[in-house]
Ligand binder design. Sequence first.
Ligand code: IPE
Ligand code: IPE
Ligand code: MG
Length: 229
Amino acid sequence: MDENKIPLHIGLIMDGNGRWAKKRLMPRSYGHNAGMNAMIKIAEHAKVRGVKYLTVYTLSTENLLRPQEELDGLYGLFRKYFTKNVQKLYSSGAGVKVIGDISVLPQDVQTLLLDGEKNSPKDCAFWLIFAINYGARAELLRACNLAIEKGEKLDGKSFGNYLYTQGVPDPDLIIRTGGEKRLSNFLLYQSAYSELYFTDTLFPDFDESELDKAIEEFSKRERRFGKIN
Ligand code: IPE
Ligand code: IPE
Ligand code: MG
């Protein structure tokens, strides 16, 4: 693998948990649990490969319309991650960030997420960014309204300061598992020049070698950013 062509920032649309569970005649929560385990392994591997930011699409604004039982199961997984697994990430010198409107989540989950960010080491070599109740349209409207409130006229540079992803470079590569070929409201502004990679693999089956395959494919893409080579 060409180390000069490792994406600095990967966005990961972790889709297919429900179908993975259905294939096993299990409830959707079983798939989400397996998806969380897959995400933990992928984050470790991304870090080993030299990726600096991994943004995992964990819950979209539209996902909030799912049955409360499924959402409660997901909140339980967030509780588990942010009490137990996050420590391991910290001790490896990595940190977490959260993007999205978490104010609608149960109070204890909000506190865990905010503490998770606060307790992250400074100057991390790797950031795991959870997109939770995240939607690009809501993010863009929020940014515009914040700027209007301040009376600030925006330009390409200052606009980024109003986005949840402030300070994080745009994703170089966006991976979507689960077979659908769409972005489903994920990082629409930031993905203007991202390379897109789609795989039929359902997220719980997306392992280290699958991530390597995506990075390998990325390394072969010619990124022109509108210019001619
Ligand atoms: C992605 O898996 C995880 C979330 C959206 C929370 P899905 O739950 O969408 O799984 P499928 O697409 O139904 O298989
Ligand atoms: C996208 O998956 C959201 C996450 C992976 C968190 P969805 O399953 O919600 O997307 P659609 O409904 O197939 O577009
Ligand atoms: Mg889905």
